[in-house]
Design a protein around this ligand. Sequence first.
Ligand code: NOJ
Length: 570
Amino acid sequence: MLRPSTPADPSARPAPDLLAPAAATAAGPHRWWRDAVIYQVYVRSFQDSDGNGIGDLAGVRTRLPYLKRLGVDGIWLNPFYTSPQHDHGYDVADYCSVDPRMGTLDDFDRLAEDCRLLGLKLILDIVPNHCSSEHPWFREALQAAPGSSERALFHFADGRGERGEEPPNNWRAMFGGPAWSRVREADGTWGQWYLHLFTPEQPDLNWRRPEVAAEFERILRFWLDRGADGFRIDVAAGLHKHPDLPDSPDPDADERTRDSVNPLAWNQPEVHQVWRHWRAICEEYTARDGRDRLLVGEASVPTAAEQAAYLRPDELHQAFFFHLLHAPWDAAHFHRVIDDAVRDIATTGSTVTWVLNNHDQVRTTTRFAAGDPVRGAARARAAALLMLALPGAAYLYQGEELGLPEVDDLPDEVLTDPIYHRTGSRTGIRDGCRIPLPWSGPQPPFGFGPHDGPQPWLPQPAYFAAHTAERALTDTASSWHLYREALHLRRVLPQLGEGPLRWLEAPPGVLAFTRGDGLLCAVNFGDQAAPAPVDGEPLLASGPCPAGTLPPATAAWWMRAAITPPGASV
Ligand code: NOJ
């Protein structure tokens, strides 16, 4: 039996007012990003066109038809700027250039032009919290004296202890070790310390200095002028630190949780001025050429309600909603995070930005059932179909459409993640989700780069042969076809994308909801088959659905014709 859940069931309340889009937005013009599906391209691992073992912009360009065919609305490119690659591009030495290993500015221009011709939005990754220790500003700061204007662009401070031998405070870095490193002064003696919330090669910029804001305005304009449709903002809840840099009551919280929880280092009120300024720059470009730009933040803050503060109408357009990505395979958990997100974000006038996979997390295929690839793959497909039925925008991470698992048996000697090298532990390391994509053929490099070139920067396992794009395209039961069909339906069905979501009562372990008045999505999180919520053939299902049942680890969409009117049992 399946009927709209009543307010008497608080865990399944429909909250219709909050679930509807904000009135101001509903009345305004449709803005593409509100329900877009963006494909995240981890450039290093996408396509190597010049045979150096590392993916590049020209390689991305050759695969745009593949992405267009998949049906995404745009792409987000992970950082491709000149960088010593200590954190694979999140340590930027020159923000207005392309790393020579990944191409040239001409390659970027050609890529941007092809995206425009194909109608794909182009989102760049911008890293404002920290730069590379090889950035000219930091090199100058090292040469300059304590107290100089060069050092003021970073967080330099004298150490504690008699000879300044202790760090200025007790903060720990996200990727392990203290958040401070000590420098040698010009005369060769040990001197001041500088702050880095990540690795020592990523010194934090001091956003209380106007030069920093001015430089990032220049960088934004540089890429907007070259055709970018927007920016994914790294560490968007960072930037400002407590002005006194006091000790933290729980110094290793960030490292322990691998999340931005130190209240003195993150989520400071001043950061909102930056987003207002950046939003005004975007609006200026939109007013000039009518093309809507997007700022999507990696604003990792504890609750959806806190995240909403970043999404006020004059701040970021969107922020990734990571609670879904952190949710275990559990119906009640998914229900709760979806409810929270939709309720809290709707009040801002923005839309939720759903994400299940990215370049920092264990892939869903493995995460949802470690050690059981068949079950993991089924759950990952079901979760994807659920996500693509939710109101708002969604981000896909390269390879999830191929059902790629996490590669969790890489030998120690090939691991590149600074988390591994700084902590000595494999916990939370990210190499396994960044393996170069398998495109075609029976053996490495699977079309990622030329056969006669060097091996890809991370080794691909032999079993990737079963996951190549070439195979997926010819197998209509593949994840690729599931994603393509779901994306197609999102485009043609007005019920999907933005709009209300209404929960239905469902058996334990099953989530069911309607979108608009025409589409029903149900997901069976359990290990036993459940009764199908409605009769009739699903419009789309993540796995085989024998008549009348919703098998375990399966999601399906049905259309209105099969749905009994609200209030009646079905
Ligand atoms: C978040 C990025 O997603 C991650 O890959 C990076 O290491 C950190 N920010 C530091 O920039």
